[in-house]
Design a protein around this ligand. Structure first.
Ligand SMILES: NC(=O)C1=CN([C@@H]2O[C@H](COP(=O)(O)OP(=O)(O)OC[C@H]3O[C@@H](n4cnc5c(N)ncnc54)[C@H](OP(=O)(O)O)[C@@H]3O)[C@@H](O)[C@H]2O)C=CC1
Ligand SMILES: CC(=O)N[C@@H](CCC(=O)OP(=O)(O)O)C(=O)O
Length: 313
């Protein structure tokens, strides 16, 4: 059996990467739009409705427009944009979120792909909330170090043009404290308050790590760093794309520096707990174009269609 798949936004950063994943597959027939019709509404609508699965790799407004074009009840949309991540009727494309999430993705015809920072934040904290170690009322903060491909074609062009010395050093952003991923971070961790979130974009193509610093006194009385690592390990037991590292991962501690790019070219998420007697850092590392975007989208397609979740690479 082959499935017809269309990528709306096929020339963008996320769309191109999805094409790379699909190119190697025999169970998928990729529908292509002519270059000069990429933004032609009628042609997009025709291909969207001809697809079993259509990926939306578009700005938010164009994604909403595309969703409104669907008349075929069989078409499953997987939206990479921020447009539908907390909208009712859309399933959140993070199979590892909680028990039962895969069933939701199997049944859904509308799947929203998580944001890259949000995926890392949610995967790091949701198990701690579920285990009762972190209260839903907790006030947390997070930083995220990310490569510039997270900013799509325009940011990639800016970095690759060269000539701007300001881009050589890491740049904190979202200083208005209203990053677009905050609603999904709250929604899918169960936290009642938005984290104080500071993303930082660096002069490297891809790779991302979210860090959540916590005082142990903020957690359930008596919680130790070990308990956090064990809660993560228990939550993700058997998950092929989530690797929970040993407490105070020796290799990283010995080198003294954390490698933000070590999950690149994979769909993997590595979770770390570094701790002292009084404090911890919970860290989640991923490839922002892999599990942070295109890899996650293809994984959700596989779950939806009941196929092996591996990405065929
Ligand atoms: N880059 C990343 O790491 C991630 C991105 N995302 C999200 O995925 C979506 C796509 O992002 P990304 O691939 O980075 O963005 P890009 O800017 O790289 O690509 C977007 C593509 O959409 C096309 N496009 C814009 N408007 C329309 C329209 N009306 N009809 C058809 N095509 C249109 C653009 O065309 P043109 O080439 O002419 O500009 C471009 O090719 C965004 O919503 C983004 O927020 C999600 C997770 C991670
Ligand atoms: C470096 C950079 O600008 N990154 C983007 C996030 C990319 C991403 O995953 O977010 P969406 O899926 O919501 O687009 C940002 O922080 O806005």
């Amino acid at each position: 059996m082959t499935y017809a798949v269309f990528v709306d936004g096929q020339e963008g950063t996320t769309g191109l990467r999805i094409h790379e994943y699909l190119a190697a597959r025999k169970d998928v027939e990729v529908l292509r739009i002519d270059a000069d019709k990429r933004k032609d509404a009628a042609e997009r609508a025709r291909l969207l409705n001809a697809a079993d699965v259509a990926f939306l790799c578009l700005p938010d407004a164009a994604s909403r427009e595309a969703a409104a074009m669907i008349s075929n009840p069989n078409t499953c949309l997987i939206d990479a944009s921020t447009a539908h991540r907390t909208v009712s009727g859309w399933a959140f494309g993070l199979p590892e979120l909680a028990k039962g999430q895969r069933d939701k993705l199997r049944a859904a015809k509308r799947i929203s792909n998580p944001g890259c920072h949000a995926s890392a934040f949610i995967l790091a904290l949701r198990p701690l909330v579920d285990a009762g170690l972190l209260s839903p009322a907790a006030l947390v903060s997070a930083t995220s170090i990310t490569g510039y491909s997270g900013g799509g074609k325009s940011m990639i062009a800016e970095y690759e043009a060269g000539g701007n010395p300001a881009l050589q050093s890491p740049r904190p952003y979202a200083l208005g404290l209203a990053h677009k991923h905050l609603p999904e971070m709250m929604n899918y961790t169960g936290l009642a308050h938005a984290p104080v979130f500071m993303p930082i974009v660096g002069s490297f193509y891809k790779g991302l790590c979210v860090t959540v610093p916590l005082h142990l006194s903020q957690l359930r009385a008596g919680t130790r760093a070990e308990d956090l690592q064990q809660a993560l390990a228990a939550h993700y037991e058997g998950e092929r794309f989530i690797r929970v590292m040993p407490l105070r991962d020796a290799a990283t501690l010995e080198s003294g520096f954390f490698d933000v790019q070590a999950c690149n070219d994979s769909n993997r998420v590595d979770l770390f707990v570094f701790g002292s007697d009084t404090q911890v850092l919970v860290m989640a590392r991923l490839d922002n174009l892999g599990k942070g975007a295109s890899g996650a989208a293809v994984q959700s397609m596989n779950v939806h269609l009941g196929l092996d979740e591996g990405l065929g690479l």
